[in-house]
Ligand binder design. Sequence first.
Ligand code: PGA
Length: 247
Amino acid sequence: MQVLVVKDYQEMSRKAAELFRTRMQDKSSLVLGLATGSTPVGTYQELIQMVEKGELSFEKTTAFNLDEYCGLGSDHRQSYARFMQDQLFQSVDIQTGRTFIPNGMEEDVQEECANYDALIEKHGGIDLQLLGIGGNGHIGFNEPDKSLSAGTHEVQLDERTIQANSRFFNSMDEVPKRALTMGMGSILKAKEILLLASGANKAEAVAGLLSGKITTDNPASFLQVHPKVTVIIDRELADCLEEEKIA
Ligand code: PGA
């Protein structure tokens, strides 16, 4: 696992976008795994600028998103489908038919999840998976638990996650309590993983990620067994970690 410490959120976003650009230039038909939340927004802005400058094209790229809230349709302003349109897809040349996200409105959840995993496989698996990390160590919506699921599945969101997500909703009642998420197996099968984290509130989770111990209490800690992971953290977060962890 390679850990890069950068000055701040902007530099983290720039470095992440540069890695995307390199991989997308190496293979135009790259299959991306994409994330939502505040963390990747800066990266998406950098990627949009690269497309505008003609340095990058998403024309042959396929994108699978990690997760979606249950009960929110793609037209809901807080759905992750809408987030991806607003933050990236509408501003780059990606083809609509090449963007995928679990359908949180689907009644047959098991079938939806199985189909999503099959679709990822059909596209040859994910080449580059972008991840944020929850304050509780979740990746996607794989929440700390006694056991974790391998494939795409429905989850009950952790209290801490619901609290963190409430900043985007008018009231706690409106915050979805369930979601569909790619599982740990789907994430770990990605050929390469890029995890971004900034700010002191992610320090505990990132300490677990770099701890040398693997535990379902910190799902991100499983990334330690993956052969090709880059973690980019900002100085504020790094200053909260023990030095040997990031040496
Ligand atoms: P954030 O969320 O980027 O909004 O901090 C990250 C996550 O929960 O995975």
